[in-house]
Design a protein around this ligand. Structure first.
Ligand code: TYD
Length: 208
């Protein structure tokens, strides 16, 4: 869908920070045709679903239930925010979208890529991003940037294996469909990553 852009990456790559910096840049430069939003959540009802999904007390949640809740929150978010903005001629810049479900639920949790692609097809229909920015930083690099997690700790080890699957999942999606992605090497400084992000959006005619 034209003017619909998403940004993806593993946990801890600085995606949310980069989006915030971009938003600030737009505000300071009078660029008011871009709607910034995020998933899971992004609208009132979708944020309520987000709270259920991310509630630490719900760790017993079935993986498929979680996948459906992400899809449900996505439907509501599309309805409340994305569709109206695109129809009004705005650009929508969304922090995470279907590719998060593909790699976190489909590949990370092991529910199967095909099943999660099908589920999300039902949820979003034609509302697929025009292209997706991928902030490329391996979980190992992201972990060590955060001060270095102890890989010998059992929970951290489980986490690390999961995030490695997620990272490899993104790489697989990009290899299968490179024309749908803009990959940014996120191993440099925050400022370098921001500069690359703006460069891409300028080349695509989104930033002037
Ligand atoms: P969030 O706090 O927004 O993390 P981040 O700033 O890294 O985006 O939490 C979102 C978490 O939800 C993140 O770990 C990825 C996960 N997620 C999925 O597993 N599937 C999805 O479809 C989406 C949108 C997010």
């Amino acid at each position: 869908m034209r003017n619909f852009i998403t940004i993806e990456g593993c946990d801890g790559v600085g995606k949310t920070y980069q989006t915030r910096m971009l938003r600030q840049y737009c505000e300071e430069n009078g660029i008011d045709n871009i709607v910034f939003t995020r998933e899971p959540g992004g609208s009132d009802i979708a944020e309520q679903i987000r709270r259920i999904i991310l509630d630490a007390n719900n760790s017993q949640m079935d993986d498929m239930c979680e996948a459906f809740l992400y899809a449900a929150s996505r439907i509501q978010h599309l309805h409340d925010i994305v569709k109206p903005a695109l129809e009004a001629g705005k650009v929508v810049f969304c922090d995470r979208f279907v590719h998060s479900s593909y790699v976190y639920q489909g590949l990370g949790r092991g529910l199967g890529l095909d099943r999660i692609v099908n589920l999300n097809e039902l949820a979003v229909g034609e509302y697929m991003p025009e292209f997706t920015i991928f902030l490329d930083l391996s979980p190992a690099a992201a972990f060590s940037r955060k001060g270095g997690a102890d890989k010998t700790d059992r929970m951290e080890a489980v986490d690390f294996a999961f995030h490695t699957k997620v990272y490899e999942g993104y790489k697989r999606l990009i290899a299968e469909c490179p024309e749908k992605f803009e990959v940014i090497d996120a191993s440099g400084t925050k400022e370098e990553t921001q500069a690359k992000l703006r460069e891409i959006l300028t080349a695509r005619g989104i930033l002037r």
